[in-house]
Design a binder for this molecule. Structure first.
Ligand code: GTP
Ligand code: MG
Length: 364
């Protein structure tokens, strides 16, 4: 890539491009963007600055990766390619739990504790609900106020524009960029609804489930499957008048965990009482994670899991690509519209319509 100036105009160009997509502006406007003069950056300078800890350059590189504009995406991929050999050295931690359980507050306190110990901490907030209003993101920014001011921290809320497939693709690459920038701990927050837990579980080494007191009640509503994804269950808000109940809940979870398959081989999933507001139990969570890392590295489960995750990522990107390619053809769109009409009027069966769509000689 040729070396040209990285001027402010280019940066504005990137920002507005991304904003438009999140605001729901469709492909037409993206095409208009692509027709503009190709965007170029000084790649070497970017790489050097990212590795030297420039948060600005890291943020811009992530913006390139997240962009839906081909030129920008390409720049992001080029940067990542050159930085790939510097990735992989962090502890990747996923954090999930129902809205309001205190994920952001936990990240603020836990992240700050680690930063104070000298670790560099990156936070990626994946929030499928935030794309429309942006409300959660603003909320999270204020909730993570102290952490965001810490020189060792980097916080990146990622609006997702509603597509979970897109989320995990970009979040993974964002995570790699953070690692290349020297972050030791990556915290990935996801709202505990639907598919996002499985996606995040597939990106991280250690998966934390935050729960509230009253395991008995909560378990009625909580899927056993989610508990089986967790490497630790945190009974959160274990402070004040809630402290006693939290300890009782921890005991209940321990009993339940006894009967569940552990998320990671050689690991007994613990249940721990934590208060992020009072900063109680955060050090024990970290001790558990360090112990997990040590055991899993010795048993090579750590390395194997990462390899499997990369292969799974590759497969899911193939599916994404097939999906996009399939639906982007105008000819196919027309065929689909015709077939839809035929199916609606019960002229042909759904199977016949699908066969027709996939056949090279559609009977239309
Ligand atoms: N008592 C107590 N309250 C807490 C604790 N942690 C968080 N809270 C409160 O719980 C509420 C929700 O906290 P958040 O951190 O925003 O929860 P969240 O899980 O990130 O919420 P969403 O991002 O909306 O899913 C806030 O009012 C917090 O002050 C805690 O350790 N103790
Ligand atoms: Mg939150």
């Amino acid at each position: 890539m040729s070396k040209t100036d990285n001027n402010n105009d280019s940066t504005m160009h990137v920002m507005s491009g991304i904003k438009s997509q999140h605001d729901g502006v469709g492909k037409a406007s993206i095409k208009k963007f692509s027709k503009k003069k190709p965007l170029q950056i000084n790649e070497e300078e970017y790489i050097r600055n990212i590795q030297n800890g420039s948060r600005l350059h890291l943020a811009k590189a992530i913006t390139f990766i997240e962009s839906t504009v081909y030129d920008q995406q390409h720049i992001g991929q080029q940067l990542l390619k050159n930085l790939l050999s510097f990735t992989g050295n962090s502890v990747r931690i996923g954090i999930t739990g129902v809205p309001g359980v205190g994920k952001s507050t936990f990240i603020e306190s836990f992240g700050k504790m680690l930063c104070d110990q000298g670790y560099r901490v990156a936070v990626l907030a994946i929030d499928p609900s935030s794309s429309l209003t942006g409300g959660s993101i603003l909320g999270d920014k204020t909730r993570m106020e102290e952490l965001s001011r810490h020189p060792n921290a980097f916080i990146r809320p990622s609006p997702t524009a509603g597509t979970l497939g897109g989320v995990h693709k970009k979040s993974r690459e964002t995570m790699l960029l953070c690692e290349a920038a020297g972050y030791d701990v990556i915290l990935v927050e996801t709202v505990g609804v639907g598919q996002s837990e499985t996606i995040v579980r597939g990106m991280v080494d250690f998966f934390l489930l935050l729960a509230l007191t009253g395991a008995g009640d909560e378990l009625q509503g909580m899927k056993k499957g989610i508990m089986e994804l967790a490497d630790a269950i945190i009974v959160h808000k274990a402070d004040g008048s809630n402290e006693k109940l939290a300890k009782k809940t921890v005991a209940e979870y321990k009993q339940i965990l006894h009967f569940l398959a552990p998320s990671t081989q050689y690991w007994k999933t613990p249940a721990l009482a934590v208060s992020s507001l009072q900063k109680i139990g955060l050090d024990i969570v970290w001790e558990n994670i360090l112990h997990f890392q040590q055991v899993m590295k010795e048993k090579t489960v750590w390395q194997q899991r990462r390899k499997e995750q990369t292969v799974e990522w590759f497969k899911s990107m193939i599916v994404d690509r097939l999906y996009d390619d399939f639906f982007s053809s105008n000819e196919r769109k027309q065929s689909m519209a015709k077939l839809e009409q035929l199916v609606r009027n019960e002229k042909i069966t759904v199977s016949q319509a699908v066969d027709d769509l996939f056949s090279s000689n559609p009977n239309l």
